[in-house]
Design a protein around this ligand. Structure first.
Ligand code: 4NP
Length: 157
C-alpha cells in the first residue's frame, strides 16, 4: 500500500506529514506494508530540502527527518499510490485536476478520516508561520488514516 501526502510546495506541510506518518507506521510494525511519500502540486520548491521550521518541529518531537527533497506530484504517482492525501481545499482541487483519467478519486482531504472534523483542512504555515499548529493538526488527522490502512490490510485489500 502506498500513500503520498500533498501540499503546494512540498517543503512545509507534506514533508512534516510524511515524517510523522512514517514514524507512526514504523511504530505500528507496518513499514514493510505501507510506503509513505510526499509531493507538491506545484514545482515552486522543486529540489529544495524541507523548510527549516518544519525540520525544527520534527527535531523537537524526535521524529526522524531522512533528508526529504521537494518534488512535484507526477502523473505516475496516481498509478503508484493508493491514497493521495492533500492538506487544503486548493491542494485537493489541484491534485484532482492533475490526475490522469479515472484516478481523481485517489485524492482525499487530510481530515477525511477524523470523526466530526471531516471537512477540516490544514492552512499553509508558509503564510501563518504557525508550524506548531501544523504539527498539532497532523497529530489530530493522521491517526484516522493509520487506522483505515490497518483495517484494509487486515481485510486483505
Ligand atoms: P507547503 O508551503 O505547501 O506547506 O510546502 C508552501 C511552501 C512554499 C510556498 C508556498 C507554500 N511558496 O510559495 O514558495
Amino acid at each position: 500500500m502506498k500513500v503520498i501526502f500533498v501540499c503546494l510546495g512540498n517543503i512545509c506541510r507534506s514533508p512534516m506529514a510524511e515524517a510523522m506518518f512514517k514514524q507512526m507506521v514504523t511504530k505500528a510494525g507496518l513499514s514493510d506494508q505501507i510506503t509513505v511519500d510526499s509531493a507538491g502540486t506545484s514545482d515552486i520548491a522543486e529540489g529544495s530540502p524541507a523548510d527549516s521550521r518544519t525540520k525544527a518541529i520534527l527535531a523537537k518531537h524526535q521524529i526522524e527527518d531522512d533528508g526529504m527533497i521537494a518534488r512535484q506530484l507526477l502523473p505516475r504517482d496516481f498509478d503508484e499510490a493508493d491514497y493521495i492525501i492533500a492538506m487544503d481545499k486548493m491542494n485537493v482541487a489541484d491534485a484532482k485536476a492533475m490526475a490522469p483519467a479515472g484516478l481523481a478519486n485517489k485524492v482525499h482531504g487530510i481530515y477525511e478520516t477524523t470523526p466530526g472534523k471531516e471537512e477540516n483542512y490544514i492552512v499553509d504555515p508558509w503564510i501563518t508561520h504557525r508550524f506548531d499548529d501544523t504539527y498539532y493538526s497532523l497529530t489530530e488527522s493522521l491517526p484516522g488514516w493509520l487506522k483505515k490502512f490497518q483495517d484494509e490490510l487486515e481485510a486483505g485489500n
